[in-house]
Design a binder for this molecule. Structure first.
Ligand SMILES: [Zn+2]
Length: 379
């Protein structure tokens, strides 16, 4: 299948792959375009994702895609959408693909990747697709909403039928900011579409929720994840662990796949999870130095530990191997379970949550890990 000239802003990040998923030529092409006859995909080397047209770029979440496609076909596009799901599940990809499709000027299948609007979108410079920014990293304040949305939306679209505002991390909107947005969501101009992306839709005011269509992202199935990871040229021996670990979150799987230390990290954590009871305090605390090397991935480490103890609890309570995430580790899981009471296992799971909160609040890393590791030794 021939590839049309696709103009991309940040061409250095893109490498062309052919349709069989093999790297066909590695030169960075000046115009961000590939003219090879069998070339279909552009791969963003930094993000590691396959860049494809429209919703094909998003794994799973068929219902949301169908909802959007139907809305476009029937011309029943809502003025407010909430995309709700944990980080890494593809909220931004869905929102962007929807925005591109809504704005596409092509007459056939959308997005056509070829019209003026699609080219603007691909260059990252579509004047009527607006990514709402905020000044302070931790909060989207009332001024951000007033300037970024409320005033801007009064100006008619540049060249498209719609003006689409994408608000990432919308859970950071303060109550005042939400109230400021409410008026626009209640009486939007006919061309206005506001997309709020959030990992916690429950945090929105009921008035915001009732004015928007809430679409909840779902984890992708293990089969979909496996197929996707296979397409991404990931070493096949890593795939089963990634599938298990990511729990249907594609972004997480890719992040782990790109981490050079992923396998080593998992091995180390496994060792401590299995042997914490036998280790003396000195050995156990020596593990803090190892964990310090994975400071950047520590949240993933802690998630991994929690999944493990969830399995310990599950096996102890049900004795059913099929319910385990780490099935092949059942012997070690059973051994840990035999040594600990239900109450202790629950306490360890809570201690992991507490460790996550402490790290978020910038409590000393070594101290946080020390408390956690000692909790894992409890009987
Ligand atoms: Zn188009």
């Amino acid at each position: 299948m021939a590839t049309e000239v696709r103009q991309l802003m940040d061409t250095e990040n893109y490498v062309c792959y052919n349709i069989r998923g093999h790297r066909s030529h590695e030169e960075v092409f000046l115009l961000g375009a590939c003219s090879e006859a069998d070339c279909e995909y552009l791969i963003d080397e930094k993000k590691g994702g396959v860049f494809m047209a429209g919703f094909d770029s998003v794994v799973g979440n068929k219902q949301i895609k169908e909802h959007f496609e139907k809305a476009i076909q029937l011309n029943k596009i809502s003025h407010g959408y909430i995309l709700n799901g944990e980080d890494g599940m593809g909220k931004m990809e869905l929102a962007k693909s929807f925005a591109q499709m809504v704005q596409c000027e092509g007459t056939g299948e959308k997005p056509c990747m070829n019209c003026h609007s699609c080219k603007q979108f691909l260059s990252g410079n579509h004047p009527d697709i607006i990514y709402v920014r905020h000044e302070k990293p931790g909060v989207i304040g009332v001024d951000d909403v007033r300037t970024g949305i409320n005033s801007d939306i009064l100006i008619k679209p540049y060249s498209s039928p719609y003006k689409i505002y994408i608000v990432d991390e919308a859970e950071k909107m303060s109550v005042q900011a939400q109230n400021a947005l409410l008026k626009t969501i209640e009486e939007p101009p006919s061309y206005g579409i506001i997309m709020l992306l959030t990992s916690n839709a429950e945090g929105f005011l009921p008035t915001i929720l009732s004015r928007c269509i809430v679409l909840n992202l779902k984890p992708v199935s293990d089969e979909e994840m496996e197929a996707y990871l296979n397409q991404q040229n990931i070493p096949s021996d890593c795939i089963p662990t990634l599938v298990k670990f990511s729990r249907g979150n594609v972004g997480k799987a890719m992040r782990m796949a790109q981490s050079e230390s992923f396998t080593a990290m998992i091995d180390q954590i496994m060792t401590v999870l299995k042997r914490a009871d036998q280790m003396n305090i000195h050995e156990l605390l020596g593990f803090i130095t190892i964990l310090t090397g994975y400071k950047l991935e520590i949240k993933d480490c802690l998630d991994f530990m929690q999944m493990w103890y969830r399995d310990v609890l599950m096996l102890k309570a049900t004795n059913d191997l099929n319910l385990l995430i780490f099935k092949e580790e059942y012997a070690a899981i059973r051994e840990v379970g035999n040594k600990k009471s239900y109450e202790t296992i629950e306490k360890i799971i809570q201690a992991i949550d507490t460790a996550k909160r402490r790290l978020d609040a910038n409590v000393n890393f070594e101290l946080t890990m020390e408390i956690l590791l000692l909790a894992m030794k409890e009987k």
